[in-house]
Each structure stands twice: as structure tokens, then as C-alpha cells.
Write a protein that binds this ligand. Structure first.
Ligand code: PLP
Length: 366
């Protein structure tokens, strides 16, 4: 029996695969993970990641895991039983941080903010006189809000500052070193435009020196990961075996980072800014109300209130089936009342923003 080709599949819409090269590429034989040519690719990825992180941290690497594992790596290496972790919460991912830190045994001091608002750095640092870590989400994907990490860095004192940059890296200004970020984790799938499954990670010497010696996780123990990216030199390749690197994923990240840096990081950020502005202005011209606080709106992730009397799911389904545009529902208490529209990576373009507006106008019958 022949399995019918679905109308939509992993590589996009349509009755036939429009990207045969991509599919074929995934099926080709890959370089071995200790092949010198692959190690060169890995070194270049780490170097390009330093540029997009805005850091000179030697320990900057793509963790073979999703953004959530990046979050776990940040906490499991920095907090143990009884350590105080002050965590700013203004959405789902700040909440997740609290759960992760608590599982590491930390005493979590949670500083809640209204969803849709940025964090208040002063309130966060006032929550405890001497925490081991302070943590915040730079770009809250659940609400579309950008928080001021530079201000938090100025106020952090002796604490280590952990920052979630999953939705900010490669999309908006991110300056790890200038802002005093000690540990950062991100994701491949947002503004970098790589398939999901890698977590760009960075940690500075100060945080590394204060890390937990034998963390609860073997896989995410940063003390063991050094040789994997070339810090130690114990074999003819200059690497120690830690785990088998997902070579195909690393190669795809190499491609994406090369494209970003060829276009120019500033230009890429400006492109996200412009696309977001066109979308947000256009939504308001359609009479819709934006959810995130003015002045803190992310260009790459726009949140907009579902108009009264409109069924959120019906419009999302129509956008998908008629225009092949997927937008997100709101999160948590806003699941039915907010839409989340991402313009990230290749999609962060004026023409995509205008297409989105026209499609939504049509689906809403405005
Ligand atoms: N942090 C933020 C801000 C996110 O947006 C996400 C995912 O959307 C995560 C963490 C978790 O990343 P992942 O889903 O890749 O595990």
C-alpha cells in the first residue's frame, strides 16, 4: 500500500515536497563527529555564536538539546541545595525557570510581574540581599515582551546573572558582555532560523569558577563538556569524547550563522525591527489592540488581543488552511484571548508582515 502524500508535511505545504534538496540532504551520509572537517565546522559555529551573543566567552557552544535543556544547563551548573535564586517572572518561561531551579534544590524567590509587562529590575534585585543567581527572560515569547537586561546587569551586585535569550538571539540587540550577563542560553529555532534541537549557550569565567562541582546532571555538566568543544586536548583530534555531536544540526547552524553574518548582524536586527513595526502599526490600523506594553514590544513576536466576538481557533485555522500562515494562540490565562504572531529569521521581512496583515484582514472580514 502506498501512503498518500499529505497536503502539508514537515517541509511545508503542497502535494509534493517543494524542498527535495533539503530532504535529500538530511538523508546523505554525514561527516563523523570527530572528523577534522567537522571539528572545523564546530569551531566556526562557536566563533560565530560569540558574535551573535556579543561575547568573548571561550565557553560558548551549541548544546545538543533544545532551549529548555539550555535552561536546565544554566541552573544545574550554578545552583544546588539551599542556594538562593531570585527569578523574575513575567510569563511562561520565567515560570519554567522557577520550576527548574527548584528541582536543582535552590531556594527560589520568585518576583512576579503582570503578564504583558517588562520586568522591573529594581524590584527584582530588592527581593534578596545576597542571592547566588538572578535570572530573567530577555524576550518573553509567551507575552511578546522585551525586558531591560542591561539594567539588571548594572544592579546585580555579586550575583550571577542568568539570561534566557531563546527568542532574542539573532533578532534583537543582545550584548552578553556589555550587559554583565554571566550565563546565557538560547534556541536554534527562533530568530536564528535553524531547525529546533540546539541550544546556543555561553558562560563566562566568573560563573564557571563558581559553578557546582558535581551537578545533578551528567549530560549537562559544563565541567565535562569543555573537551567536546576543544577546551581540553587529550586526543589526536584535540577533543575528548563527551557525546556524539548532532553533526547535521551543527552544519545547519553553521549555514544559518554564516548567512546572518554575511547579511550583517546589525542589518538582520534592523530587518526584524522594521517587519515588527509594519505588522504592529498595521494591526492597530485594523482596529486591533496589542497586548504587550508599549515601549517593550518585541518586533519578532507580536501579541494582539482577539477581538470581542471572534473565535480565536477558527481564525487561526483559516489562516493556516487558506494562507498557509501559522500563528500561535496565547499562553496560559490568555490562551483564548491573545494571538502570538512571529516574524523571525527569514520571515522577518516587510512583505511577510504585509501578507500577514492582508490575510488577517480577510479572515476577520474587515
Ligand atoms: N525560553 C523561551 C523564551 C522560549 O520561547 C522557549 C521556547 O519557545 C524556551 C525557553 C524553551 O525552548 P525549547 O522549546 O526549545 O525547549
Amino acid at each position: 500500500m502506498v501512503t498518500p502524500i499529505p497536503e502539508r508535511h514537515l517541509f511545508g505545504p503542497g502535494p509534493a515536497n517543494p524542498y527535495p534538496e533539503a530532504t535529500a540532504g538530511l538523508g546523505l551520509p554525514l561527516l563523523g563527529h570527530l572528523d577534522p572537517d567537522f571539528l572545523q565546522i564546530m569551531d566556526e559555529v562557536c566563533e560565530m555564536l560569540r558574535t551573535v551573543w556579543g561575547t568573548s566567552n571561550q565557553r560558548t557552544l551549541p548544546l545538543s538539546a533544545t532551549g529548555s535543556a539550555g535552561m536546565e544547563a544554566a541552573f544545574v551548573n550554578t545552583v544546588g541545595r539551599g542556594d538562593v535564586a531570585v527569578i523574575a517572572v513575567n510569563g511562561l518561561f520565567g515560570e519554567r525557570m522557577c520550576d527548574v531551579a527548584a528541582r536543582c534544590g535552590a531556594e527560589v524567590i520568585r518576583v512576579d510581574h503582570e503578564w504583558g509587562q517588562p520586568i522591573d529590575p529594581q524590584r527584582v534585585v530588592d527581593a534578596h540581599p545576597d542571592p547566588k543567581v538572578i535570572a530573567a527572560v530577555h524576550a518573553e515569547t509567551s507575552t511578546g515582551v522585551r525586558s531591560d537586561i542591561a539594567a539588571l546587569g548594572r544592579l546585580k551586585g555579586e550575583a550571577l546573572l542568568i539570561v534566557d535569550a531563546v527568542t532574542s538571539i539573532g533578532g534583537i540587540d543582545l550584548r552578553t558582555d556589555d550587559w554583565g550577563v554571566d550565563v546565557g542560553y538560547a534556541g536554534s529555532q527562533k530568530c536564528l532560523g535553524v531547525a529546533p534541537g540546539l541550544a546556543p549557550f555561553t558562560i563566562n569565567d566568573r560563573a564557571f569558577a563558581r559553578r557546582i562541582e558535581r551537578p545533578q546532571s551528567w549530560y549537562l555538566d559544563l565541567g565535562l563538556l569543555g573537551g567536546y568543544v576543544g577546551e581540553a586536548s587529550t586526543s589526536h583530534t584535540g577533543r575528548t569524547y563527551h557525546h556524539t555531536a548532532p553533526t547535521g544540526m551543527i552544519a545547519s547552524m553553521h549555514g544559518a550563522l554564516s548567512r546572518i553574518l554575511a547579511e550583517g548582524l546589525d542589518q538582520v536586527i534592523a530587518r526584524h525591527e522594521e517587519a515588527g513595526r509594519i505588522l504592529q502599526d498595521g494591526l492597530q490600523e485594523l482596529g486591533l489592540e496589542l497586548f504587550a506594553a508599549e515601549g517593550s514590544r518585541l518586533p519578532e513576536l507580536t501579541t494582539v488581543k482577539v477581538p470581542d466576538g471572534v473565535d480565536s481557533a477558527t481564525v487561526r485555522k483559516e489562516l493556516l488552511t487558506r494562507y498557509n500562515i501559522e500563528i500561535g494562540s496565547g499562553v496560559g490565562p490568555y490562551a483564548q484571548t491573545v494571538w502570538r504572531i512571529g516574524l523571525m529569521g527569514h520571515n522577518a521581512r516587510p512583505d511577510t508582515a504585509r501578507l500577514m496583515l492582508a490575510a488577517l484582514e480577510d479572515c476577520l472580514g474587515r
